[in-house]
Design a protein around this ligand. Sequence first.
Ligand code: NAI
Ligand code: 2YC
Ligand code: MG
Length: 271
Amino acid sequence: MALLTPDDLQNMTDALVENDNLVRELTGFSLDRLCADVYKTEKKNEKIAIIPVTAGCGIIGRFSESLLFTVKHFGMNGFITKNTDVAGFYEAVTGGADIILMADDLAFIAYNLRNQKIAHNQICTGRVYAEILCRTKISNLMSKKEVLVIGLGKVGTPALETFLIEGYSVSVFDADSNRLNEVVADHADCSSGKVKPYDPNSNSQFDKIFEATPAANTVPESCLKNNSVLSTPGIPCGLSKALQEKYGVKIVQEPLGIGTLSMLYAVFDEK
Ligand code: NAI
Ligand code: 2YC
Ligand code: MG
């Protein structure tokens, strides 16, 4: 799995604040209100412990600090354990933590010790970036519930399912043609036209585009309209600066915090 680097997180605090403002402009929801609406849950002053984990490639510079910034930015009570790994887990539990955030190279999870709810970063990231796009108001009243999804991996697949649940027709693309064909075949029983393969050489254009790949330049010019909205957890950004400026594309993109907020609301108690 593509691991974050300290460089990816260098501007994370500004990006989280900027994206909170952009999401409010696009949807009318702040990020935390949007997550509360998506999961029908609410925070209750839970104590959140962030446990650094040394497994695999080890601790990623700025990772725990970025999680703590996210927790505090949205008015929650959090701390980073002094110890790592199992000693950190012991410190968290004996220190009265209600929720634990921890990540090795294969999984980044949130676990609520009180209600036993657990959340996975890739699932929650795909869902929240898709929900942001579903709630994005498009000025063109003729706009239909259509979206282009580029990248059908561990983040893109939960996003696709979210769009389908929200009643969208989804054009899908992935550089791995086997994966693309598998996804189209898996949804063949969907009501007609709900999931169809996207042809980059076609002239299909989209108001709403979702991207979750580890590559740059994955969003082709041919799919863009003026003022298209791109919602992308992908790192690096899949749309070039030149195309973003040429079409006035609004981009929701942030390296870690939005997905983490989604995980926390996934494990809070129901309202
Ligand atoms: P993955 O490896 O499971 O899926 C990526 C998919 O993109 C694969 O199906 C692959 O075939 C496809 N792909 C690769 N290059 C492509 C290209 N040039 N054009 C079209 N499709 C292409 O990865 P995962 O876990 O879904 O993560 C996707 C991206 O999201 C990664 O960059 C990861 O770092 C990032 N990510 C960001 C988070 C955030 O909070 N911003 C959280 C989790 C992941
Ligand atoms: O600092 C630490 O505790 C490290 N063990 C954290 C490792 C995180 C590895 N995962 C990732 O970099 C990706 C991110 C995109 C978010 C989810 N997985
Ligand atoms: Mg994020």
